[in-house]
Design a protein around this ligand. Sequence first.
Ligand code: PMV
Length: 333
Amino acid sequence: MLDLQYQFVKTILKNTSHSAQESGRAFAPANIALCKYWGKRNNVLNLPLNSSLSISLGKKGSFTEIKRSPQDKFFLNERLMHPESDFSERLSIFLNLFREICRAPGFEVHTTNTIPTSAGLASSASGFAALVLALNDLTGWQLDKKNLSMLARLGSGSASRSIFNGFVLWNAGKRKDGLDSFSDPIDVTWSEFRIGILKTNFSEKKVSSRLGMKRTVETSPRYRNWPKQAEEDFINIYKAVKNKDFNLVGLLAEKNALEMHATMREANPPIDYFTETTHSLIKRVQSLRNQGLPIYLTIDAGPNVKILFEEKYNDDVIKEFPDVDIINPLGDI
Ligand code: PMV
């Protein structure tokens, strides 16, 4: 199984040279999908069943520094991670792909997140993207962003989008070898676009997106329509982003996110990331919108609600949600 990943990495690194440095460093932003990736056509190469589209979160993301080391040692926000924790094991397995190429028995990795880890705020996306960028810096591969996004994809699908700032699309691709499944930035300047994170619950999530997707694809009758519907949403959201049609982007993104959660609730056993607070925030956002405030929402594999709005409504949003963390994704770069 890992052989397939290893062959993939070797193909990507085929014509690169190594000019080893002592350490590599990088930053990658987190991202929030407006058209969600949910479900894989290949679990080993992390190839998605549908294309997705996201917005990167400017300065909110992960800083990573990596060095060669006799054995693996991972630090998250300056604390040594337990080597048997799920995330350490996931990192070690990912780094197995690079040990021989980097002539490193182990790696010491320091990651500092400017967003809470594992609460549906896509920190694994920025984490794996920053790790791949830092490896590229450590080794002097000088890979282009297309190839970096394919390497990041092996760690976490959504990480492929975190290689870029701004609006980003990830083309599902069709090829079995996965060489056409990478991300690209969308050429649009939209400085009025804002994201608000409503603090619901920043504890660790119960079902990982990896497991959640697998169970949904395998058992949810409602998932049958998802790949086709999501592909349509992707095209329409892409067009709306290019046209800077805020209301259409918001409406489609909200519908797409709620449908993704509906597919999971029909899985067996059902997956429900929402808490009571999530439900009441959904109602609140929708009722404010009915009263004339143009705000929309999206939710990833967790209970936290992210709202989408335009800069001119900043004050109204703060008045309604005093705790909101407002991100200016294109301004905070
Ligand atoms: O990249 P993963 O395996 O953590 O999956 C991400 C899944 C969602 O965040 C729910 C959707 C997305 O496109 O980011």
